[in-house]
Design a protein around this ligand. Structure first.
Ligand SMILES: *Cc1c(COP(=O)(O)O)cnc(C)c1O
Length: 379
């Protein structure tokens, strides 16, 4: 089945009790048994819920995976992956991770004796030095936030497997419409469903997808044993959002392209980051592993000061100043004072995060209106 058909149909069967075409919100904590242990496959809603089951099957299908698991947030999903590990195990992660992922690794899991290495993976072979017999997991995000760095998933998977470790890809920025890491050799995919998959800025949720039977067993165990499960109403909202994922992504990509064109020649723009640009250091890898370049981009101003960036951000009328991304509405953000404020300035700049850097999550509004807003905000 092709992507658009899966987005509309995968995982969703008419409800067996009524024929309802849309999966009902099974707002229940428990299920009645006919006799002890004799039930219809559902005992307690932390363990199984039909609304969640439909969503998990849908998300698995979108990533071309056999198994999907949903969690109360993206970080809840990431937490589950790290709980596969034991004290003494090592993880190699890319060095420009989502801030919350970095915080979870460093401030929660390091004290349980798991060691994390943070590595610039713009060249896949950079990870060689950090892999050893204790490495159990390689964790990458591509494209990354906010500079849209691209990591070669296929190459990293090859090196990771040669050391007997597993590769997890945080596929939040691309969405399964643009990139399917399991097909490039990843062992598992993680999503902040909060972003593109849900797409309407009204749910916080996470997901894990895998083809590996053993990993699936462990994820099912951890999902139930640790209990970070999503609520049925949220599962319903995400099922509804997924039906238009392909259409939304096409609009994000088309608008992204037009805005990149507009900003490329704008006299007030310093540097522009988007994987579609031939000047992007890993443009060729993006072309190889992605089916489009998406609506996330960042730029600096020629006048590289916090004050100028704040002025532009305050001027926006259509772009809303907010954290998060991937919703139908356009958002703008200022990494230096918002998402990346906890990183000292010297370190920020070393990573390319200049004071005037502005990040856009381009929505699905009319591109002409978005460009007019950019023109007046920059003017
Ligand atoms: C938002 C985000 C997360 C965390 O997901 P939550 O749903 O907020 O817990 C992880 N990775 C990336 C790339 C994100 O953008």
């Amino acid at each position: 089945m092709k992507f658009a058909t899966k987005a509309v149909h995968a995982g969703v069967e008419p409800d067996p009790s009524t024929g309802a075409i849309m999966t009902p919100i099974y707002q229940t904590s428990t299920y009645v048994q006919a006799s002890p242990g004799k039930h219809k496959g559902y005992e307690y809603a932390r363990t199984q819920n039909p609304t969640r089951d439909a969503l998990q099957a849908s998300i698995a299908a979108l990533e071309n995976g056999k198994y999907g698991f949903c969690f109360a947030s993206g970080l809840g999903a990431t937490d589950t992956v790290i709980k596969l590990l034991n004290p003494g195990d090592e993880v190699v992660a890319c060095n420009d991770l989502y801030g919350g992922t970095y915080r979870l690794f460093k401030r929660v899991f390091e004290k349980y004796g798991i060691k994390f290495h943070f590595v610039d993976m713009s060249k896949a072979e950079n990870i060689h030095t950090f892999l050893n017999e204790k490495t159990k997991l390689v964790w990458i995000e591509t494209p990354t936030n906010p500079l849209l760095n691209i990591i070669d998933i296929e190459q990293v998977a090859k090196i990771t497997h040669s050391f007997g470790a597993l590769l997890c890809v945080d596929n939040t920025f691309a969405s399964p419409y643009l990139q399917t890491p399991l097909e490039l050799g990843a062992d598992m995919v993680m999503h902040s469903v909060t972003k593109y998959i849900s797409g309407h800025s009204d749910v916080v949720m996470g997901a894990l997808i895998t083809n590996n039977d053993d990993l699936a067993k462990q994820f099912a165990f951890l999902q139930n044993a640790c209990g970070a499960v999503p609520a049925p109403q949220d599962c319903f909202l995400v099922l509804r959002g997924i039906k238009t994922l392909h259409l939304r992504m096409q609009a994000h990509c088309a608008n992204g392209e037009k805005i990149v064109q507009y900003l490329t020649n704008h006299p007030k723009i310093g540097q522009l980051w988007h994987p579609s640009l031939p000047s992007h250091p890993n443009h060729e890898i993006a072309k190889k592993q992605m089916r489009g370049f998406g609506g996330m981009m960042s730029f600096t101003l020629k006048d590289d000061s916090v004050e100028s960036a704040i002025k532009v951000l305050e001027n926006f009328k259509l772009f809303s100043l907010a954290e998060s991304l991937g919703g139908v509405e356009s958002l703008c953000g200022h990494p230096a004072t918002m998402t990346h404020a906890s990183i000292p300035k010297a370190e920020r700049e070393k990573a390319g995060l200049r004071d005037s850097l502005i990040r856009l999550s381009v929505g699905i509004e009319d591109a002409e209106d978005l460009i007019a807003d950019l023109a007046q905000a920059l003017g």
